[in-house]
Ligand binder design. Sequence first.
Ligand code: AHG
Ligand code: MN
Ligand code: MN
Length: 277
Amino acid sequence: MSESFIPTLQKCALQIQELLKATPTHYLDSTNASGDQQLGVDVKADCLIEKELLDLEFVCGICSEEKSEAILRDQGTFLVAYDPLDGSSIIDANLSVGSIFGFYAGAFAADKLIGAAYIIYGPRLEIVFASTTLIRYTYHRGKWEQAPLSMLQKKGKINAPGGTQKHWSPSHKKLIDSLFDEGYRLRYSGGMVPDLHHILIKGGGLFSYPQTSDSPKGKLRKLFEVFPFAFIYEKAGGAAIDGKRRLLELEIQSLHESTPCFFGSVSEIQKVKESYE
Ligand code: AHG
Ligand code: MN
Ligand code: MN
């Protein structure tokens, strides 16, 4: 059961929060498999999570946004794909950042996903974990406590549109404008974890990261960012698509592959489908 990961997630959350407080936000000379320049904290958070996951006897393999290849071994049953630090480009501005995890049985493929989680490092430390159910934990006075988390409403009020606007397609621009015309409010920090957490906590809305003329396959990576959040949003009663298809039905050719993605309440996702069909 992927619930067995919860104590490890809680341990990683506390350690990475300390790491973020103690580490300067300097860039290294290295880049990761997606071509992003790495920060010292990206690499340190990656090593820390790697160590904690490989200490678990039921883990048979891991891969991360910061590793070019997966690490596989002859023991255990679960695979974990993770983004050790999401939001590297906003960390110098002291905005909230996160870590994202997908738990797989047998293969790194959307239909083998059995659980997903994220940690958010904000003014409070929180974890949202999804398997058959959805649980939210907050760290309060030295203890992890369960916190309330409601299902997404059918329709929300938040619009979080990602990607460089001058590279959007005219039809995507029309979709985003139509939401603003309906009264949706802009909420976009540039960190997928706080932006999607915001929509979840407020009960609905739309987060989009479309294909653009400079990134035809979008920016966000299937294994490390997109599949885990698609799983969480579906468990919360929302929906997650690439414009046309359910994200959790997409196949995967390589570990670092990206896809356009839309996460939200059912009403906003229906609008996206109509605009992209
Ligand atoms: P990472 O820091 O792991 O590379 O990911 C950053 C991602 C995600 O958090 C966010 O939604 C997106 O990049 C923001 O991209 P733009 O700056 O293009 O909006
Ligand atoms: Mn990321
Ligand atoms: Mn990252």
